[in-house]
Ligand binder design. Structure first.
Ligand code: ZN
Length: 110
């Protein structure tokens, strides 16, 4: 995985760690935070977005979903589902596969 740092496309001040070539317009956490700092009025959504700030720091995806909601007021069921899944995964990271469990697969001839 290629990781590199690029200047935030919004403030052009902070550097953002870019993890994917798809992330063409990286925005730093500070800029996202400003936009996320809006009262959510939908009680259901409010509950969903009420997660530790740490998680928003960790995940650009979670921030983008919240910003999407603030900007457009609605989310697709799939976005909601993925949001919840991402939160769950960040809270309970999958334990690394144990070394002894990793058996090298015998190479088969082509
Ligand atoms: Zn910025």
């Amino acid at each position: 995985m290629v990781q590199y740092k690029q200047k935030c496309t919004r403030c052009r001040k902070n550097y953002v760690l870019v993890k994917s070539w798809k992330d063409r317009y990286p925005v730093c956490y500070d800029c996202d935070k400003k936009e996320m700092d809006t009262e959510i009025t939908d009680p259901k959504m409010k509950r969903m977005f009420n997660i530790p700030e740490e998680l928003y720091k960790k995940s650009k995806f979670l921030r983008s979903i919240k910003i999407n909601h603030i900007r457009y007021g609605e989310l697709t069921p799939n976005q909601i589902k993925t949001f919840k899944k991402t939160v769950k995964d960040l809270k309970n990271p999958q334990p690394e596969e144990k070394e002894e469990k990793k058996k090298p697969k015998p190479k088969k001839k082509k």
